[in-house]
Design a protein around this ligand. Structure first.
Ligand code: NAD
Length: 487
């Protein structure tokens, strides 16, 4: 067994793959840096076809026994797994912060507890799946949720632990075995997750981790002939590539993708609450898929509301994400930083005007000032494309029809937010905006039982509650002729 270990934030992390219950090293490595200060954290084993083959074979071998346990038999393992995540909460949070620059306090209080809940919630939910019966005149239809087989799970760097467990939880609870491909810019907490699963007694091969570059390791996994599901979270462009692989083997694909979500503020809103929530869109430097980045304000309160947002945004302290007062940390990587700068410079060239921000902050290489662009016509790139940085746009509207049209005027449809104290108006606008999730007078609240996903270019399919099991299971109907077993 290989023992390539680094210490990050005082925590020992293996830099190798986890395949068939063993640490496996690759000769080839990729370097991993902290966005906080650019420090070199680790050289990580870079997998390719042979590691993908080994991991899928290990998952295939482990599948029959894991599937045969049934939801009740799997429950104790998954509960222990969740407990293990909770027991190492501070370590996971500290490593995630070093690795992707997300806020330490958010990781401790929100992300890691949620990661544990992702495992536990779906393990409990799986107990409720079978036993569903549909009575018809000649037969009784018994609906069964059979495990699908081997699931490949691919996640992005902005919330690796949260998003990986959101897939691992239901996939394992449904009786599948999994191969996880962590993001190359932030792979470390997925490695710790494998240790925790092992300590919880999850059998060898049930959970495997193949690290590596997306176009190499990810590509080998999604094109593997012996897989049964692909669950992907990441960019729309990558989803199109993975979609072609899935189509060629007719492998069901779930895709949770980017967004350019509207944030609508009506004149009748609680403006203080709305302004605080707008400023909150800068959290984690705006590297949040669900962020409401297109602010749309009813014309008659525009000036008053802008001043409230200005005040709220001035409290969004930019700095080291380990500091408890920080609200806006660094961007993940210099490539991503250059991408964000590119969007900002092109927006300025297109005639958009920064009301604040618009430049690199002078506190480190990857820190960018919270930015708000006005004078953005709907056709501009900055109104249409996902920046994935601390960059918002500001538009005004005079009628509900106008704001609905503005909100729907992108290729995306991930989320939306609206503040209004008029219930009828709020529900009318909410129902007319195309989005997987739409928040009214709140933001970012996601119940694991609720459907989650994106419309249009923001995704394919829904997960959460039963929707996760619809995806991770082969649903079967056993239709039994009535009275055929009578006597
Ligand atoms: P990305 O698409 O570049 O990468 C995501 C993952 O896909 C990584 O693990 C990467 O290695 C892998 N990958 C890349 N090319 C691949 C290929 N050819 N085959 C297989 N795998 C491949 O995305 P990113 O930059 O890591 O993440 C940011 C994007 O993710 C944003 O668009 C953001 O909105 C989106 N996102 C969406 C959600 C959601 O729930 N809808 C959540 C978080 C992030």
């Amino acid at each position: 067994m290989s023992t390539n270990i680094v210490k990050v934030a005082g925590v020992e992390v293996s830099t190798d793959h986890w395949i068939g219950g063993k640490r496996v090293a690759s000769k080839e490595k990729f370097a991993n840096f902290s966005p906080i200060d650019g420090s070199h954290l680790a050289d990580i084993s870079a997998g390719g076809k042979s590691e993908a083959d080994a991991a899928v074979a290990a998952a295939r071998k482990a599948f029959p026994a894991w599937a045969a346990l049934g939801p009740k038999g799997r429950l104790p393992y998954l509960k222990k797994f969740a407990e293990g995540i909770r027991a190492r909460a501070n370590e996971l949070a500290a490593v995630e912060t070093m690795d992707n620059g997300s806020l330490l306090m958010g990781n401790i209080h929100r992300v890691v507890p949620r990661a544990a809940q992702n495992i536990e919630f779906f393990a409990d939910w799986a107990l409720t799946l079978d036993g569903h019966v549909i009575d018809s005149p000649e037969v009784v239809n018994h609906v069964k949720y059979d495990p699908a087989g081997v699931a490949v799970l691919i996640t992005p760097w902005n919330a690796p632990l949260m998003l990986t467990t959101w897939k691992v939880g239901p996939a394992l609870a449904a009786g599948n075995t999994v191969v996880v491909k962590p993001p190359e810019w932030a792979p470390l907490t997925c490695s710790l997750m494998a240790d925790i699963a092992h300590e919880a007694g999850i059998p060898a091969g049930v959970l495997n981790v193949v690290q590596g570059i997306g176009e190499v390791a990810g590509d080998a996994l999604v094109n593997h002939p012996d897989i049964d599901r692909i669950s992907f979270t990441g960019s729309t462009d990558t989803a199109k590539i993975i979609g072609r692989a899935a189509a060629s083997s007719i492998t069901p694909l779930s895709a949770e993708l980017g967004g350019k979500s509207p944030f609508i503020v009506c004149a009748d809103a609680d403006l203080e609450a709305a302004a605080q929530t707008v400023a909150g869109q800068y959290m984690n430097a705006g590297q949040v898929c669900l962020a409401g980045t297109r602010i749309m304000v009813e014309k008659k309160i525009e000036e008053e509301f802008l001043e409230k947002v200005r005040t709220a945004a001035s409290h969004m302290v930019l700095g080291d994400p380990r500091d408890k007062n920080t609200r806006v940390g660094p961007l993940i990587h210099k490539e991503h930083f250059a991408r964000v700068v590119g969007f900002v410079e092109r927006a300025k060239a297109d005639g958009a005007v920064p009301l604040w921000g618009g430049s690199q902050a002078n506190i480190g290489e990857l820190y960018f000032e919270p930015t708000l662009f006005a004078q953005v016509s709907p056709g501009l790139e900055i109104s249409q494309k996902e920046v994935f940085g601390p960059v918002l746009t500001w538009q005004s509207f005079t009628s509900d029809d106008e704001v609905v049209a503005l909100a729907n005027n992108t290729r995306y449809g991930l989320a939306g937010t609206l503040f209004s104290q008029n219930e009828k108006r709020a529900m009318d606008i909410a129902s007319r905006v195309t989005a997987g999730t739409f928040w009214v007078n709140c933001f970012f609240i996601r119940d694991l039982a609720a459907p989650f996903g994106g419309a249009k270019d923001s995704g394919l399919g829904r997960e959460g509650g039963n929707w996760s099991f619809d995806f991770y299971s082969d649903i079967k109907n056993i239709a039994v002729r009535k009275d055929s077993f009578a006597g």
